[in-house]
Write a protein that binds this ligand. Sequence first.
Ligand SMILES: [Zn+2]
Length: 67
Amino acid sequence: MLRLYSLNLNLNPMQLVCPECKNKVNLAIYPNLAKDQVIECDICGISLLVSSISGDKVEAEVVDEGK
Ligand SMILES: [Zn+2]
């Protein structure tokens, strides 16, 4: 198991793993991230609805755009 760490001390400490592509979503561009906010995975581009924020742990679910 490869573990990667990055120095991002000045960035948003909250972390979200994309449920679709399993990559870490860049939350630094959402400084006021809130529950029920729709964000976009910068890796796979899917829309995600923030379902819970607990400390620095963020959970989100894939938004079904119904197309
Ligand atoms: Zn993704």
